[in-house]
Design a protein around this ligand. Structure first.
Ligand code: C2E
Ligand code: C2E
Ligand code: C2E
Length: 88
């Protein structure tokens, strides 16, 4: 069958993502805005995204899903634990 890379829930820090001036994450930011629109989810500080959408985005970046996660981590736009994020 198809092999899937193990993935935990992908949660984006929207404030950091939208403040990020680097061109590197321009597509991720555009995608996140589109998902917010589709969900009508405008007031969140974070956004959980589908594993499927991460896979599609990774193709745009010519990376593997885990490669893109690494890149997002380097830019500091991933939230490891949203509940801890709100507690702090
Ligand atoms: P849909 O895929 O037919 O999903 C309909 C509703 O089912 C969604 O309404 C949401 O309430 C729920 N739903 C579907 N999948 C999930 C899930 O994995 N987790 C949770 N918590 N709920 C889920 P919603 O959020 O208003 O979205 C409306 C439509 O917008 C969706 O219809 C889909 O076509 C699109 N959409 C929303 N978010 C995403 C996304 O992250 N990626 C993609 N590809 N499409 C999205
Ligand atoms: P919250 O909205 O109070 O949700 C608390 C927990 O309830 C979530 O923890 C999750 O385990 C569950 N939960 C809430 N809504 C759904 C849902 O639609 N589907 C499922 N399956 N579970 C749900 P989690 O995921 O660790 O999120 C913690 C907090 O992070 C959330 O608190 C919310 O404030 C925020 N958050 C996470 N993802 C999103 C997002 O895509 N949009 C927004 N606006 N906030 C998010
Ligand atoms: P979650 O709500 O905790 O859902 C976890 C996983 O359960 C999803 O991973 C998906 O594989 C499955 N799932 C939950 N609800 C549905 C559903 O209505 N239809 C289908 N086909 N599968 C469902 P996934 O797709 O990687 O999504 C990760 C997280 O992204 C979700 O966690 C949720 O927080 C968010 N999300 C994804 N799609 C939507 C959506 O359409 N609307 C909203 N509001 N949130 C979404």
């Amino acid at each position: 069958g198809v092999r899937h890379e193990p993935t935990s829930k992908i949660v984006l820090d929207l404030e950091r993502l939208y403040d990020e001036v680097s061109e590197d994450l321009a597509y991720v930011a555009r995608y996140a805005r589109a998902i917010q629109q589709q969900r009508g989810d405008y007031n969140g500080r974070v956004l959980s995204i589908r594993a499927d959408d991460l896979r599609a985005l990774a193709i745009v970046y010519d990376a593997s899903p885990s490669g893109l996660i690494e890149r997002l981590t380097e830019h500091g736009v991933l939230v490891a634990d949203p509940r801890a994020f709100f507690a702090s």
